[in-house]
Design a protein around this ligand. Structure first.
Ligand SMILES: Cc1ncc(C[n+]2csc(CCOP(=O)(O)OP(=O)(O)O)c2C)c(N)n1
Ligand SMILES: [Mg+2]
Length: 325
């Protein structure tokens, strides 16, 4: 592996881990309100798959999306300020944790409704096809979301119209407190794609290199005009579903087993052993991230509240039909 890519993987996974830790602390102190769904344990999925994509591709994600926005290039300060509900946040402080948005980085959200992302991604894919554009939409979703009707409706249309959508399942085994074998008749998510003739595979979501390679191959398949692809990443979240959930329905043994396969520690060890990085790189990344995250929290705390709460709710209707009704 090239040093540059290894550096990016370690940098982004470290940023992801520390950013979410800081968000948890700020939530506990009352500086972040509403729901807060964190990503520790799942970092390899967003980091690897988004590095495999092009900057010109589009991204649609769920309410567990802080890391997707960060890897996409949205400034940590703008993400943290959004979590604080501040005017300097990437959604102007109107969205909060579950509704990050950044048009410049083609990051289309941040959606709170489970299963909402499928139809939005299919819609963007349809628009790309209509306009003969070669970009791909990466659509992230959880294992629980595949039991929503929108999953089936959207996969059907995406396959029928050969839409350029890469469906990326973040299978963290749980839909809140319900384990996958209790909520899914077919717990191997990737197998569901075959119902619509969509190619798919499953990959170890705790291994950043494996996810990167699988995503590159999947994106090649989609870009070649073969229609959508579904990539299932088997991963795990260390924390509860949200800050409101202690996650007590899981055994300490299960948690320990997964922590032993930590994507961040595992990659750091491998990068040093393979000579992709040296110890000084890791130290440099750690201290740089400490600074970036502390700056992001300070920026968010010092930023003003939005002043006009109605500003982004109502707008003049678009004149789509040249004055005709
Ligand atoms: C349509 C809908 N039903 C229920 C909920 C409540 N809810 C929020 S997250 C969630 C679990 C989703 O689990 P999964 O898709 O596995 O994603 P994860 O949180 O594990 O990343 C549920 C049921 C919702 N937001 N939207
Ligand atoms: Mg889940």
């Amino acid at each position: 592996m090239q040093r540059k890519l290894a550096w990016q993987f370690l940098y982004d996974m470290t940023l992801a881990r520390q950013f979410e830790q800081a968000a948890a602390e700020q939530y506990t102190q009352g500086n972040i309100g509403g729901f807060l769904h964190l990503y520790p344990g799942e970092e390899a999925v967003a980091v690897a798959s988004l590095h495999a994509a092009e900057a010109s591709d589009y991204v649609v994600s769920t309410y567990r999306e802080h890391v997707h926005a960060l890897v996409r290039g949205v400034r940590p300060a703008a993400v943290m300020a959004e979590l604080f509900g501040k005017a300097t946040g990437c959604s102007g402080g109107y969205g909060g944790s579950m509704h990050l948005y950044d048009a410049e980085h083609r990051f289309l959200g941040g959606y709170a409704i489970v299963g909402e992302t499928f139809a939005i991604a299919a819609g963007v894919g349809y628009w790309l096809r209509m306009n003969d554009l070669t970009h791909v939409v990466l659509c992230y979703f959880g294992d629980g979301a595949v039991n929503q009707g929108t999953f089936h409706e959207s996969l059907n249309m995406a396959a029928l119209w050969k839409l350029p959508v890469l469906f990326v399942c973040e299978n963290n085994r749980y839909q809140i407190g319900t384990e996958i074998h209790r909520h899914s008749a077919v717990p191997e998510v990737y197998r569901r794609a075959s119902a619509y003739g969509i190619d798919s595979r499953r990959v170890d979501g705790m291994d950043v290199v494996a996810v990167y390679e699988a995503t590159r191959a999947a994106l090649q398949h989609v870009r070649a005009g073969n229609g959508p692809y579904l990539l299932e990443c088997e991963t795990y979240r260390y924390r509860g579903h949200s800050m409101a959930d202690s996650g007590a329905y899981r055994s300490a043994l299960e948690l320990a087993e997964l922590r032993a396969r930590d994507p961040l520690d595992g990659f750091r060890e491998r990068a040093l052993a393979e000579g992709w990085l040296v110890a000084a790189d890791c130290d440099e990344i750690d201290s740089e991230i400490d600074r970036v995250v502390a700056d992001a929290v300070r920026f968010a705390a010092d930023s003003p509240q939005p002043t006009d709460l109605g500003a982004s709710v109502y707008r003049e209707p678009l004149d789509l039909y040249g004055g005709r009704p």
